[in-house]
Design a protein around this ligand. Sequence first.
Ligand SMILES: [Zn+2]
Ligand SMILES: [Zn+2]
Length: 371
Amino acid sequence: MDRIAVRRDLHKIPEIGFKEFKTQSYLLQFIQNLPQDRLEVKTWKTGILVKVKGQNPTKTIGYRTDIDGLPIVEETGYPFQSDHEGYMHACGHDFHMTIALSLLEYYSTHEVKDHLLFIFQPAEEGPGGALPMLDSEEFNSWKPDQMVALHIAPEYPVGTIATKPGLLFANTSELFIDLKGKGGHAAYPHHTRDMVVAASHLVTQFQSIVARNIDPLDSAVVTVGKIDGGTKQNIIAEKARVEGTIRSLSAESMTLVKQRIEAIVKGIEASFECSASIDYGSNYFQVNNDAALVGEFMEQADKLSDVSVIECREAMTGEDFGYFLKEIPGFMFWLGVNSDSGLHSSSLMPDEAAMDTAFQVMSDYFNRIAN
Ligand SMILES: [Zn+2]
Ligand SMILES: [Zn+2]
């Protein structure tokens, strides 16, 4: 298959979580054009599961790609720029899908002993497709014994892959807090409950969580990226909304951060005589690589002539693939794509040659462990 053409087709039609309708039909059409003798196909919401039946199977090996884009206005200047204004494949999921299709095409005609399961998972960027998929009948009737996934990495050159045993990506949670007080005239503060002041104290108090509550040898992040409040410069704000994200290297620290946030919010309610609600939005569990499986993978991949393997550090990024690895042993790795702009940037321009590296590494891996 022409990987570049497929990637560019997919790049033009980015869709957000559980709205990947065109993407799903593009993928299905591609899959239906493959030799069908060994394939079984199921859809789940806007996702797809494709089983490649092994010759003499003793296990099922799962390979997962995410399929969603992001609400970002593309600024790459590509001639194959997004047709969906305001949306972009800015996290490389167009690469991930193309790599999965090229492996699926290969294994539709190359026999292996074990079953392979190709998982096209919706909504990785939110609200999260992995957790509901894990609960689905469609997934569980074909539940793999081990799983693999990759993610593009702008900071590494093409030909490089990077991963590590154990923790690779953090626990993450969104954070939305709504504060409600009492508005009024700027000159009569004593008749009001000012939510701009309350929100300011809230954000300031959050700064003590990582500094004073988290074990310094563990790590966490509490970032408030947005505050909304008030209507006009001379009106005291009745409402304010604080939006942020929480990251932690351990699941225990995520629980602790949330307990502290809840306690601080209660204190704000008491001291500013207001009411508050907390919504944690999408939560992702850490990506924890199985040490034995990833160790074997790194050692063997490094023997491929055009591939170099880097043992990287863990990152505070999140990935809902972590939910699969919570139940099923496996691993995830970074694929170097050499782009000056990073993930979720409007000018992310990954090098398409990296898809060849991914195909080489993954087909070598499947030929080895599925035989
Ligand atoms: Zn992303
Ligand atoms: Zn991504």
